[in-house]
Write a protein that binds this ligand. Structure first.
Ligand SMILES: Cc1cc2nc3c(=O)[nH]c(=O)nc-3n(C[C@H](O)[C@H](O)[C@H](O)COP(=O)(O)OP(=O)(O)OC[C@H]3O[C@@H](n4cnc5c(N)ncnc54)[C@H](O)[C@@H]3O)c2cc1C
Length: 430
């Protein structure tokens, strides 16, 4: 396995809308930029697999390809062993990235909350199932119930239906009034309004029920039905898949490892997207769950600021402020209801990697205590799934983040990469 070392003016972690915009801006302003993303495709969660040419995704991917940014796919940033150095595991070995400015655009993941049966095969995140479908997973003719929280439910239901799934229900836990108020405010964001109207039109005939949530999934070898409630009445729906997730949680492990200050679970940034750590910027979902347009504009500001083009960045402040207002209304509308804290029974797994049940966590006062006594959060996902759940259930904050951030090969941990060639790795966007 070869190790390589690369020096860049700007390193961007994450190739979603925020990372792509940041990388383009920095490169177009004359900086030598490297970008890494742990998935094999450009585009992050929403533009995954998008091709050049069409729509905003195509525009930005074209722009990236012309920008001269060195892009490393299937490349996971897992440690920061020294100041201005990032270690990245690639299929070919460890890449040691030296940076002058670092832009963290690590995105978000779905939040899962434990309820009886949530670990059955066939119970998956709506975004996750949709992502699998985009990669070719067949769902034609399958009956799917989509449940949980947030606009991703509708986006996923739309995508699944277009792939031939029979979506029998979209169950949103937020109340109808909250969702309506959010919908009525969309006139300020015509693009989002159009998107919403299009999705609702394509989902004609699929019931969208607010104020209801899943309490139990059942099946023998895999999920066969889900029981839902609206707080006063419960009923069951048959399904081949239960696509269930509760909005998104930010991927803040890398910012935490680097020592960035946090506020309410998100990375704190200034007007130029600069974190509390000098020369480290952050953009997109780690600073707040606001959707792709918000991520795009934050990414542009971060890229421009990292390239010392602050005047150009300032021009975008008004646009960003509008998307921050959208972000605030989104998070207000889709706040989680307290009833969701009481879905798990004593036997329900909370940490599925280490088989830790809800009852095992009784008496623990912190995540640290839970780790020591039960191994909660110490399995292969390193608390990426149960961490957000116990934060919501018990109010336990993640106290520390340690490298490696992701499971990596032993060789990657053991190797000390020698300083090899400084500039030779090439863009591979194919
Ligand atoms: C599963 C899922 C599906 C979604 N589907 C939709 C949808 O269909 N429609 C919609 O409107 N919105 C969707 N969203 C929301 C949408 O993805 C976001 O609003 C938007 O993509 C945010 O852009 P971003 O650049 O901040 O982050 P992202 O697009 O999430 O990009 C972040 C990237 O960083 C990478 N990354 C993170 N950590 C590391 C690391 N340490 N090393 C290397 N790479 C790393 C991630 O793999 C990811 O590719 C989805 C979200 C999720 C989680």
């Amino acid at each position: 396995m070869a190790n390589q070392r690369l020096q860049s003016d700007v390193v961007v972690v994450g190739a979603g809308p925020a990372g792509i915009a940041a990388a383009c801006m920095a490169a177009e302003n004359g900086r030598k930029v490297a970008m890494v993303d742990n998935s094999p495709w450009l585009g992050g969660q929403i533009w995954r697999g998008a091709h050049s040419g069409r729509g905003p995704a195509g525009h930005w991917i074209d722009r990236l390809q012309k920008s001269g940014v060195s892009v490393f796919s299937s490349a996971t940033a897992f440690a920061a062993p020294a100041s201005h150095v990032l270690l990245v595991e690639t299929p070919d070995g460890v890449l040691e990235l030296d940076w002058k400015k670092l832009i963290l655009a690590t995105g978000a993941r779905e939040r899962f909350l434990p309820f009886p049966g949530w670990t059955l095969p066939g119970v998956v995140g709506p975004g996750g199932l949709y992502a699998m479908v985009k990669s070719g997973w067949p769902v034609a003719g399958k009956q799917v119930v989509v449940a949980g929280d947030g606009p991703l439910l509708l986006a996923a239901a739309d995508g699944l239906r277009q792939a031939g799934a029979r979506v029998s229900l979209v169950a949103e836990q937020a109340d109808w009034g909250q969702v309506m108020r959010f919908g009525m405010g969309l006139w300020r964001y015509p693009g989002k309004l159009l998107q919403g109207v299009g999705v609702k039109a394509r989902l004609l005939g699929v019931p969208y029920r607010c104020g209801c949530w899943p309490v139990k999934a059942e099946g023998t070898a895999r999920v066969e039905s889900v029981t839902l409630t609206n707080g006063s009445r419960s009923w069951s729906e048959d399904c081949d898949y239960l696509a269930c997730g509760f909005h998104l949680v930010p991927n803040v492990e890398l910012p935490c490892l680097l020592g960035c200050d946090m506020a309410n679970g998100f990375v704190r940034v200034d007007e130029f997207q600069l974190t509390s750590v000098p020369e480290v910027f952050c953009a997109g979902e780690p600073t707040g769950i606001g959707g792709a347009d918000c991520a795009l504009v934050e990414g542009q500001v971060a890229g421009l600021a990292a390239a010392r083009a602050e005047d150009q960045a300032r021009i975008l402040f008004g646009q960003r402020a509008a998307w921050h207002r959208f972000r605030a209304s989104l998070n207000q509308a889709f706040a989680l209801r307290p009833e969701l804290r009481h879905l798990a029974t004593p036997d329900t797994f909370v940490c599925r990697c280490e088989d830790v049940r809800y009852a095992d966590l009784k008496g623990c006062e912190s995540l640290r205590a839970a780790r020591l006594h039960t191994r909660c959060g110490m399995g292969s996902c390193q608390g990426r799934t149960c961490g957000a759940a116990v934060q919501f259930l018990f109010g336990w904050e993640t106290d520390s983040v340690r490298p490696p951030l992701f499971p990596v090969r032993l060789a990657s941990l053991a190797d000390k990469s020698p300083p090899l060639d400084k500039h030779t790795l090439q863009t591979d966007n194919s």
